[in-house]
Design a protein around this ligand. Structure first.
Ligand code: HEC
Ligand code: HEC
Ligand code: HEC
Ligand code: HEC
Length: 169
């Protein structure tokens, strides 16, 4: 075998050896235990702290909002999509009298125009609703910078929720 081929083969052999050693050293212990994945990742995810309570929990104490929402266009939105993770709130809020909720248990109230824009801002890439059907898979878009921006009389910027009830828009 010519010398330059021998060198090439040797170089490949060295790299292959290095690769096999590194693979053994770096491979997580639980890899391959039950399949071609890191088995521990399931345990790690399962042991993460919970933050969300789920809408069923909310309706126990906030029947009014729940009922309003059920009949409206926002029926399919989860409470926590707007109010943020509420597990702690759900567990402890009833220990306090009205209006005395400590800050750590308070939830956000997304009442600014930008909060609604998150879903409703006109976006050329989104599918448009052409005919007036109740199809909750598509979101109606408005130009948040223009749509009913100012009060006709006072010319003051208006919040979306001054005209639309967020729980039944
Ligand atoms: C589209 C976003 C959105 C969703 C979904 C939503 N909310 Fe709200 N919620 C708001 C906004 C905005 C306010 C503040 C309204 C205001 O200040 O008048 C609010 C206010 C509230 C309040 C305070 C009412 C008060 O009188 O101060 C409660 C309680 C509440 N929401 C519970 C819920 C529950 C329970 C659900 C699920 C059934 C829910 N919300 C779903 C946006 C939302
Ligand atoms: C165990 C009863 C209970 C559960 C469950 C519960 N809440 Fe509340 N919530 C309260 C009480 C009590 C208040 C305080 C009322 C007050 O201060 O007037 C409150 C206030 C709120 C407010 C107004 C916050 C503020 O700063 O004024 C929002 C928004 C809210 N809850 C949303 C939710 C959502 C979303 C869920 C579900 C993840 C939920 N709540 C679950 C009892 C509960
Ligand atoms: C997480 C996404 C999301 C957020 C945030 C959100 N919406 Fe919606 N909204 C929807 C979906 C989904 C529908 C149902 C589909 C539709 O009719 O566009 C809807 C429907 C509506 C409609 C009914 C449109 C019609 O057909 O007449 C109005 C009005 C509306 N939302 C206003 C608001 C306002 C005001 C806010 C802010 C407080 C808000 N939305 C926040 C997702 C959202
Ligand atoms: C001054 C009152 C007023 C304010 C403020 C207002 N809206 Fe509206 N909105 C209306 C009325 C009335 C309609 C129905 C007639 C129309 O489309 O002009 C409507 C329609 C809508 C629709 C349905 C559009 C469609 O294609 O059917 C959406 C979505 C909406 N508004 C979201 C918002 C959002 C988001 C904000 C805040 C950025 C907002 N609105 C602020 C009065 C208001």
């Amino acid at each position: 075998m010519p010398i330059h081929i021998k060198r090439l083969v040797l170089t490949f052999a060295v790299f292959l050896g290095l690769f096999l050693i590194l693979q053994q050293v770096l491979k997580p212990k639980s890899f391959g235990e039950l399949g071609h994945y890191r088995f521990n990742s399931i345990n790690e995810n399962a042991s993460k702290e919970l933050h969300y309570a789920g809408s069923d929990k909310c309706s126990k104490c906030h029947e009014t909002e729940q009922t309003e929402k059920t009949d409206g266009f926002h029926a399919q939105l989860k409470c926590e999509a707007c109010h943020g993770p509420g597990l702690k709130h759900s567990l402890f809020a009833d220990k306090f009298t009205e209006g005395s909720l400590p800050d750590s248990l308070k939830l956000i109230k997304p009442s600014e125009r930008k909060d609604c824009a998150l879903c409703h801002q006109k976006n050329a890439a989104r599918i448009k609703i052409l005919f007036d059907t109740i199809d909750n898979t598509m979101i109606r878009q408005v130009d948040v910078m223009k749509h009913k921006l100012l009060d006709k009389k006072t010319k003051v910027e208006m919040k979306c929720i001054e005209c639309h009830n967020p729980h039944q828009p």
